[in-house]
Ligand binder design. Structure first.
Ligand code: ZN
Length: 152
C-alpha cells in the first residue's frame, strides 16, 4: 500500500480508513522524568512516514518551573546553538527562540504528569543526516538528548 498514489490515500482518508494513512510507526513516544532523563536515546522514523507525531510524557511530579521538559528537534550541528538560544529566550518563551528556522519541531514545555505532542513532516529530513533532540530547559540538554534518524 505504500506505493499507492497519494490521491488514493487521500480518498481512503476521507473514507476514514485512517490506519492506512497513519501507520503505527509514525507515532513516536518518549518519557521524561524528574531526574532529567529521557526514556530513549535514539528514535528512528520509518521511511514510509510522511508525517510523524511525537508525544512527550513527563512522568515526574515536579512542576514546570522547577523541572520543565520539552522535546526539540534540530539538525545535529544546530543542537548546541539552539539550546543556548533557548536558555537565553527565557521562561516566558518556554526556552525556545521564536521563529528560529533551525527548530524542525518542538513540543510545548510541560511539568510532571503532563503530555504534549508535535506533528512534523519528514519532507525536511534527509536519510544521510543525523538529527538531535533535546530539552531546552536551562541545563537539561547536557543530559536530556538523543538522536533521531530516518530509516534507510
Ligand atoms: Zn527538561
Amino acid at each position: 500500500m505504500r506505493t499507492w498514489p497519494l490521491s488514493s490515500l487521500a480518498v481512503l482518508g476521507l473514507l476514514s480508513l485512517s490506519p492506512v494513512v497513519y501507520a503505527d510507526g509514525c507515532a513516536l513516544s518518549i518519557d521524561a522524568n524528574d531526574a532529567m532523563q529521557y526514556s530513549v536515546k535514539h528514535l528512528e522514523v520509518p521511511a514510509s512516514c510522511t508525517d510523524v507525531t511525537l508525544t512527550l510524557h513527563h512522568i515526574g511530579k515536579l512542576p514546570v518551573k522547577a523541572m520543565g521538559h520539552n522535546w526539540v528537534l534540530t539538525r545535529k550541528a544546530d543542537a548546541a546553538a539552539v539550546a543556548s538560544a533557548g536558555a537565553a529566550a527565557g521562561a516566558a518563551k518556554e526556552y525556545l527562540p521564536s521563529g528560529d528556522a533551525r527548530v524542525i519541531a518542538a513540543t510545548k514545555l510541560i511539568g510532571g504528569g503532563e503530555s504534549a505532542s508535535v506533528t512534523f513532516s519528514t519532507a525536511a529530513l534527509k536519510a544521510s543526516e543525523d538529527y538531535s533532540y533535546f530539552c531546552s530547559f536551562p541545563g537539561h540538554a547536557s543530559m536530556m538528548k538523543g538522536t533521531l534518524t530516518l530509516a534507510k
